[in-house]
Design a protein around this ligand. Structure first.
Ligand code: URA
Length: 492
């Protein structure tokens, strides 16, 4: 006799586990079970099993971890595959999960990889469009996942876009976040989502700015950004032109040679036109995040270094710096600190925050009980800007144009690291990550949403403390700074 196991949803691991426990307890082998999802076509043999509440079966953790992911695959045989594996585990095949050549284990791993890949694509290619709802603006995105990942991935978007009200509509499901709670509903149609909005030129300008013709690998690009997603991507309209122009631009770069002065390319002017006025960038719009949610953050960071190194249009002061100073720390760090720019010692060492301000920051972190390993440190501007005065190089503050120039690199860095909280140290950092000229002392201790969608905690720059005129003020300032770091850590 065939037993029909009906699940309430297509990716409901809890319900599958409940049903599977009941079937195991009743001694029903895999070949005698037919799985279906409520609402989908019923099989020929209809005998719904009564839900049975059973003690856990004590299967290896690796099975549970992989099954939780694999169940989201759209393969109709996934429930049966999982039950077959569960059956073998409870029959005593204790080392089944380590048998990498077992066909069922190979299949399981294929499903898991496909679901994870689909999730990465969703992180990278969801694009929100702003719509005016009756109760204010809402951001809506259309996405077509291959698998049942909408519910599982909703948390990723909640973390990234916590302060926006958004909906993601897919053919099978819709997910909505109102700033407080998630709601899931039926799927929708592509036509329900506006094809573009005022942010379109910004997306396009950003993409153009990060496109490096010398690194163009059409095959890899198609693999990472399959055509199916292009119609939802504002920047995709730029791709054919950029690909067509790439050989000419590379030839020009080679002909100019590394040391020849480079004209500012037209693309940079296009970017300037759209990004140079911070006021035009809505502060809570998450411009950059999704584009860079990268399946391989280390590679994303390596790529962005390479991109900065090969920029033909760096600001003049970059040529006087010893080297660019990139960020440093743990990918996935809880806290990502953004400073202003490397100072004299950082410029020579090629590492951020190793000079006097860095030493003060280290002491404050220690007192706040924050391990450096939990942090990532970087700067808004990646080259030391200074005025040469005799033997000394006098720090010169970056202006809004410098900050705008480096902003796409910073945004990519933040997105690749994926911190829980960005800590903006001082006014330049705050401008870089929010696009707004916020007063530091008034904003200090508050959390605002950055351009990448990450929460940003504002505090003072450590060199502000070094400049305070007397030791009493410095001690007071230092305690307040430590309290800020503690608070940022707790909020993260
Ligand atoms: N000041 C900064 O803002 N960044 C550094 O890396 C060093 C000093």
């Amino acid at each position: 006799m065939i037993h029909l196991a009906t699940l309430p949803g297509p990716a409901d691991f809890t319900a599958w586990r409940q049903a599977a426990r009941g079937l195991v307890a009743a001694g029903i082998p895999p070949e005698a079970v037919e799985w279906q999802v409520a609402g989908e076509a019923a099989g020929l043999f209809a005998e719904a099993p009564a839900p049975v509440s059973m003690a856990p079966l004590g299967v290896p953790r690796a099975f549970v971890e992989q099954a939780t992911v694999a169940i989201r695959h759209s393969d109709r045989e996934r429930f049966a595959l999982l039950y077959g594996l569960l059956w073998r585990l409870v029959q005593g095949e204790r080392h089944l999960m380590q048998m990498a050549t077992d066909p069922a284990i190979i299949r399981l791993s294929t499903l898991v990889k496909a679901v994870r890949r689909d999730a990465h694509k969703m992180h990278a290619f969801v694009r929100f469009r702003e719509v005016q709802a009756e109760d204010g603006p809402r951001h809506v995105a259309w996405f077509e996942p291959d698998h049942h990942i909408e519910e599982a991935e909703a948390d990723f978007f909640v973390r990234r876009f916590a302060s926006l009200r958004w909906s993601i509509v897919t053919p099978r499901r819709s997910v909505a976040w109102d700033g407080q709670a998630l709601a899931f509903g039926p799927g929708g149609r592509r036509a329900d989502v506006p094809p573009d909005d005022a942010m379109e030129p910004l997306w396009r300008a950003y993409y153009v700015s990060i496109f490096n013709p010398a690194r163009l690998k059409p095959g890899a690009m198609r693999a990472e950004m399959p055509r199916k997603y292009w119609r939802n991507l504002p920047e995709a309209a730029e791709i054919p032109r950029l690909m067509a122009e790439a050989p000419r631009r590379v030839a020009e770069m080679v002909a100019r040679g590394a040391s020849a002065p480079n004209p500012r390319p037209q693309d940079a002017r296009y970017l300037d036109a759209h990004l140079s006025a911070p006021a035009r960038v809505p502060a809570d719009m998450s411009l950059f995040t999704a584009l860079d949610a990268h399946p391989d953050p280390e590679r994303a960071l390596a790529d962005l270094r390479q991109d900065l190194l090969s920029r033909p249009d760096l600001p003049d002061f970059a040529a006087r710096a010893t080297q660019p100073v990139f960020g440093e720390g743990a990918v996935g760090a809880k806290l990502l600190f953004v400073g202003e720019q490397p100072g004299d010692e950082e410029d020579i060492a090629g590492r951020p925050f190793v000079g006097p301000a860095g030493r003060l920051l280290d002491r404050a972190l220690e007192q706040a009980g924050v391990a450096r390993a939990e942090t990532y440190m970087t700067n808004a501007v990646k080259h030391f800007k200074y005025t040469p005065t005799g033997k000394r190089r006098l720090h010169q503050s970056p202006d809004a144009g410098d900050i705008t120039y480096y902003r796409p690199f910073l945004a990519r860095e933040i997105s690749a690291v994926g911190p829980r909280m960005v800590v903006a140290l001082g006014a330049s950092a705050l401008l870089a990550v929010t696009g707004r000229k916020l007063p530091v002392l008034k904003t200090r201790g508050q959390v605002v949403t950055g351009l990448t969608g990450h929460p940003v905690f504002a505090t003072v720059h450590p060199s502000y403390l070094l400049r305070l005129p007397d030791p009493a003020l410095q001690a007071e300032g230092f305690s307040a700074f430590v309290a800020d770091l503690r608070s940022a850590h707790a909020k993260a």
